[in-house]
Design a protein around this ligand. Sequence first.
Ligand code: HEM
Length: 448
Amino acid sequence: MTTTTSTGYLASRAPGARPLLGHVPALFRDPLPFLRSLAEQGDLVEIRLGPQRAMMVCSPGLFQQVLTDTRHFDKGGPLFDKLRWFLGDGLGSTPHDVHRRQRRQLQPAFRPDALARYLEVMAQETRAASSGWQDGAVIEVEQHAYQLIARIITRTMFSVDGSSAAVAGIAEAYPEFHQGIGRHMRSPSRLLDRLPTPANRRFRQACSTVSREVDAAIEARRRGGAGTGHDLLALMVREGLSDREMRDQVITMLTGGIGTSASALGWALFFLSRDPALAEAVAREARAVLPAGAEPGRDVLDRLDLARRVVMETLRYYPSAWFYSRTVTAPVELAGRRLRPGTAILLSPYLIHHRPDLYPEPELFDADRWLPARRAAMSHGSYIPFGAGARKCIGDVYALTEITLAVAVITARWRLEPLPGPVPRHLLEPRPWTVIHPAPLHLRLHRR
Ligand code: HEM
């Protein structure tokens, strides 16, 4: 059933709901094609997740409304409740009233002066990460991306040097930690999560490593005093956060910042491997902006214009945070439909980014979409890899900077070549959960 409402928006019900399960099989089996198909049904599309009804937002205008109207929509919904179990009361999970205070406390760790201090670590770690690579070797790209991004975030948020046990411990444990969270979010019962399977055991081990390193970093910082540092730990000590609050915030930053950025870096390198001419142009630009050993300046993101456009297009094509939710907190009208408190609202930047009326040829990877003239013609709110409103990603510029730098530094030194044969299916139609993973993504290295 489709209704055009007085708001001009089209509200509808998605076809194909299965008895009892509703649209769960479609969402689990082939989530990305399913999402693309919903955009054809209307601007606000009702789907069924088992017995529960949920509203999928398919238009940029409604997306902005949900994310900016904090009186009627708040964190919640089917995906959120499971994630919260891992994240506690960190910035990404708290309701709006608590969130405002937390955001004010943590924002200074992401201001331009703080970001400028992180640049050196980002460049140093990226150079070190690729310096041990061997000409002709085949690497699994996302594993390397995870290690690199985990090291950068641990060093910058904790202000520790590269040899610190926290950096090695978190970088080592993080891929398993992240995959485990994804598995637990998909799992239909907490009972299954407790079975002593090898995967659950590896996940528990990874959780205890991450917890141990985070607790040790907090304790060391309390012993040493916050001083005048501007990193995350220093800020939190000065703001008087308890150990528990600090722990939730650090785990939130690691969880929000590592998988998302690592997957984007992996995909950017994948797209460059499929387009040698584009990769060559990125390499030329990188060598001109960052000649051997040069430190990046504050303007590095502007100067690495092509590398940044590649990253922006990667985040359009496969936005790492591809699917999240909200809950209605007070009666509200959305696209002309009255929604009751407790209604689940589903949001997918992937769906918006693949609407052909917003992005012509959406399945084409085209970094030139982000040239100023074409960008200016885009509709407002149609590019949302980092969300919008008060809950917009606190690490948006941080992430854009670290991924762009990594793409530039790696591409300046290495040509990454796909292995012969057809592109594996998991790369053409990936099955995302917490983020859209490229793994396993094997590429051959050639020194430039
Ligand atoms: C490509 C990389 C990244 C992407 C695509 C991404 C995407 C997002 C999105 C879409 C949200 C909003 C979710 C919602 O409204 O429910 C968000 C929130 C958040 N992100 Fe990111 N993120 C990235 C990197 C980072 C990094 C590097 C950090 C930290 C260093 C980070 C920390 C957070 C935090 C703490 C929140 C919660 C913000 C709040 O509620 O105030 N993210 N991210």
